[in-house]
Design a protein around this ligand. Structure first.
Ligand code: CDT
Length: 328
């Protein structure tokens, strides 16, 4: 029987404080890759913005003041040890980071651009796939009502690469269909379905999610924050017949708590591994991609059952409209 299994890990990171240089974070990540190697892992998934503190909680009047938190080269001197570890151990990895690039915008003007980005790197150290976060939560201006800011809309542009999927060798497998999303994207079924429509088998995603909802638009109990994260990922996997490795940054960072609870989920929507600490922690699972077949050929055989003609509102409309009122 053909073996379709890949051993994957979520490499959860404990907090990275504001003053900590990225070299310290990279050294921690290399240690996690070494542990992954000892546990037979073939692909490691690191969190969103894994190299620094979650800096969108800090306000800078001039956006360029935040540039020290961004990477303008990948790899760089500071991140090269991750690529070297990948080659040394023969392990692929997924990395989230803040990307500063100079490239044309939609009008053709060449200018500095900032994205919340993730890459997938092969065991040979080549970048196989890049994704730029589409759903940016939070706000663009300083909000005096909030105890903690969430300024992703200030520091990042909306990702312009869609939701790409690549089929590439990984571990002992000749090809795995791999795609990415970042943090808030996991709450949007549209993102999962766009990946599902490209036959994704493994979704990699990193997140930084505060334990407390600072939006203060209504009460959200602490435990429900974790529940909603897991619910979204488990539903995404089930409805698109894929695995997901969802990796958190966890613990108290710059005085703000991030809830951790990294998970690996199978195509039945079951959690097959879960982090128990709010620290650097490696959780692993064997993903048998043969498990994707059941959903894909039965209840979620898209080619047989999807009705895009009835979904027109999904792409033509952004906000919700009010329904007609009865009686007409
Ligand atoms: N990083 C990220 O996208 N975090 C969001 C928190 C939203 S609160 C403004 C999340 O959806 O987990």
């Amino acid at each position: 029987m053909t073996d379709h299994r890949l051993t994957v890990a979520a490499a959860q990171l404990g907090p990275i404080q504001k003053a900590e240089p990225r070299e310290v974070a990279v050294a921690r990540m290399v240690r996690l890759m070494e542990r992954a190697h000892h546990r037979g892992v073939e692909l490691v998934v690191f969190p969103e913005l894994a190299l620094t503190t979650f800096f969108p909680r800090h306000y800078c009047e001039q956006i360029a003041e935040a540039d020290p938190w961004f990477e303008s080269a990948m790899p760089s001197n500071a991140t090269a040890p991750l690529f070297e570890a990948a080659r040394r151990y023969g392990i692929g990895f997924h990395l989230g980071y803040a990307e500063l690039t100079t490239e044309p915008d939609e009008t053709g003007a060449v200018r500095p651009r900032r994205f919340n980005t993730a890459i997938l790197v092969s065991p040979a150290g080549e970048i196989l796939l890049k994704y730029r976060k589409v759903h940016l939560p939070g706000h663009a201006e300083f909000d005096p009502r909030r105890k903690v800011q969430h300024l992703e809309k200030r520091y990042f542009e909306v990702g312009n690469l869609g939701f790409p999927v690549i089929r590439a060798p990984m571990g002992a497998l000749p090809g795995v269909n791999m795609g990415m999303m970042i943090c808030n994207d996991r709450r949007w079924p549209e993102a999962w379905r766009v990946l599902g429509l490209q036959s994704v088998e493994l979704v990699m995603l990193g997140y930084n999610t505060p334990s407390i909802n600072q939006e203060a638009g209504g009460f959200e109990a602490h435990h429900l924050r974790v529940f909603h994260s897991h619910l979204s990922i488990q539903a995404g996997c089930y409805q698109n017949a894929c695995f997901a490795v969802a990796t958190a940054k966890a613990g108290t960072e710059d005085g703000c708590e991030l809830f951790g609870h990294s998970i690996i989920v199978n195509p039945q929507g079951e959690i097959i591994a879960q982090a128990g600490s709010w620290d650097d922690e490696l959780i692993t699972a064997d993903c048998d991609f043969g498990m994707c077949t059941l959903g894909r050929t039965t209840i979620f055989a898209f080619e047989k059952h999807r009705r895009p003609e009835a979904y027109q509102r999904i792409t033509s409309q952004v906000g919700a409209v009010a329904p007609p009122v009865w009686p007409a």
